[in-house]
Ligand binder design. Structure first.
Ligand code: PRT
Ligand code: MG
Length: 231
């Protein structure tokens, strides 16, 4: 009996950028994820299936074994905590920076800063290290709107080109709180129980990523984890 591997992918950017990596590793969904309403997608490999979930749910699925592996942004992993997960491979896709930003015309803010973000934990930790007390206003989207309507002084959000900030009269404040790219994450129990097929998949994807990145080689770092080394 072959062991079935379930790989969780987030709808949107992560799915769009992961499918070409999987294709280069010879893994193709048998159903078009863009048009299908099916949440479990079989692939040309009988033992590999994909599940499509919300970006912030990927680590939860993998942590509790609803999926053996997943692809999640480092921003999401930092925010939700990647407890119980191996993170063996940086896929170097969905790259972005987590930035603090303010209105271009904002006056100097005195006292306690009000910061709107969906990254409440990262933001709290960041300002704690600076010894600064902040009030965090949790939002689930369209953070850029908050400073424009006086809901907050600052936002913390992911930025790629910076076009969205610019279009809304906001400026990023350097340096970034964090850099992010999508990571392959693996359930710890699955790593033991399904070691051989997981190892094969990690190696396959690792080779594809290394080839895209240029010269780095796949390196085995410990008994049960592999990583791409830039050395
Ligand atoms: O939309 P939903 O709430 O379901 O989930 P999500 O927003 O987390 O999903 P998605 O697909 O938007 O993002 C998934 C992951 O992609 C994020 O967790 C990041 O790791 C990564 N990523 C990379 C980005 C961006 N780049 C990015 N630019 N996620 C979001 N954005 C947003 C940005 O906040 C801005 O509003 O896209 C907009 C355009 O960005 P600019 O800077 O190019 O204008
Ligand atoms: Mg989004």
């Amino acid at each position: 009996m072959p062991q079935i591997l379930t790989l969780a992918l987030a709808k949107g950017r992560i799915l769009d950028e992961t499918l070409p990596l999987l294709a280069a590793a010879g893994i193709h969904p048998s159903i078009d994820p863009d048009t299908s309403r099916q949440l479990i997608l079989p692939t040309n490999h009988r033992e590999i299936r994909l599940v499509v979930v919300r970006s912030s749910d990927v680590s939860t699925y993998v942590q509790y074994g609803g999926a053996d592996l997943g692809v999640a942004g480092k921003d999401v992993l930092l925010e939700h905590g990647g407890e119980g997960l191996y993170e063996p491979l940086d896929l170097h896709i969905a790259r972005c920076r987590l930035m603090l930003a303010k209105r271009i015309d904002a006056d100097k803010i005195h006292g306690r800063l009000r910061i709107a973000t969906k990254y409440a934990n990262i933001t709290r930790r960041y300002f704690a290290t600076q010894g600064r007390q902040v009030e965090i206003i949790k939002l689930y989207g369209s953070m850029e709107l908050a400073p424009l309507v006086g809901l907050a002084d600052y936002i913390v959000d992911v930025v790629d080109t910076g076009n969205t900030l610019r279009a809304n009269g906001l400026v990023p404040i350097e340096p970034p709180l964090a850099h992010s790219s999508a990571r392959l994450v693996i359930n710890r129990a699955a790593m033991k129980m399904k070691h051989a097929p997981i190892k094969a998949l990690v190696h396959g994807l690792g080779k594809v990523v290394a080839a895209r990145q240029g010269q780095p080689q796949l390196q085995r770092t410990s008994q049960q984890s592999w990583s791409i080394s830039d050395a």
